[in-house]
Design a protein around this ligand. Structure first.
Ligand code: GRF
Length: 204
């Protein structure tokens, strides 16, 4: 299934999706890496790998989110994209875009949703004193960091953690669960029932 990965910067989750998709048995093909910022490290990596890349600069649209997304949709259509994976993509999408891509649009978020939606999740987890933190892959719905959950992984918060140490522990789990969750979606194993997603066993 031709899949686009949308990034804004480093792109380490995108790298893991690309690596997973090298396996011929993997059900998604990374057919496009699209960034809303030019010259970011993730784009350089994708180009080196010979993966089609595109830049749709959100800055150029000066707050015209619908125009920005129309430009993205045109690029996605040109590449025959059927699934979209947000991976550190730092723009909030409009309801129109989310509805057009309903159940074909996934995101990874660095917290155990529904806790800590939004930014600075690791600092907020430390400030809250939680003993468990983690990451979530979910289908994107209108609300920021809302939508049916596909996969989660938990990590301990250790007494001497700072933000960087905790972020690194969570990121290692992001890199594990995101390729798995994208594969379930691409293989048609995800059934959405209202606010919940069920993942069928392979071949079920
Ligand atoms: C990840 O922690 C992701 O969950 C969050 O932003 C970070 C992006 O990292 N949304 P990378 O660009 O995938 O390396």
């Amino acid at each position: 299934v031709p899949t686009a990965v949308l990034i804004s910067g480093r792109g380490s989750n995108m790298v893991k999706l690309v690596e997973a998709a090298r396996d011929p048995a993997y059900p998604a093909e990374i057919a496009l890496v699209l960034s809303n910022r030019a010259l970011v490290p993730g784009l350089v990596y994708a180009e080196e790998q010979g993966i089609p890349t595109a830049v749709v600069e959100s800055r150029a649209f000066k707050g015209d989110r619908a125009g920005f997304e129309a430009a993205m949709d045109a690029v996605l259509a040109r590449h025959g994209i059927e699934l979209v994976a947000l991976a550190g993509f730092m723009r909030v999408l409009t309801e129109g875009f989310v509805e057009r891509w309903q159940d074909r649009l996934i995101n990874i978020h660095p917290s155990l949703l529904p806790s800590f939606r939004g930014l600075d999740t690791h600092a907020r987890a430390l400030a809250a004193g939680v003993r468990l933190h983690g990451c979530t892959v979910h289908l994107v719905r209108h609300g920021v960091d809302e939508g049916p959950i596909l996969a989660q992984a938990a990590v301990p918060v250790l007494p001497d953690d700072d933000e960087a140490a905790l972020a690194a522990r969570v990121l290692a789990e992001e890199h594990r669960i995101y390729p798995a969750a994208l594969a379930w979606l691409a293989a048609g194993r995800v059934r959405v029932e209202g606010d919940l997603a069920r993942v069928d066993a392979p071949g079920a």
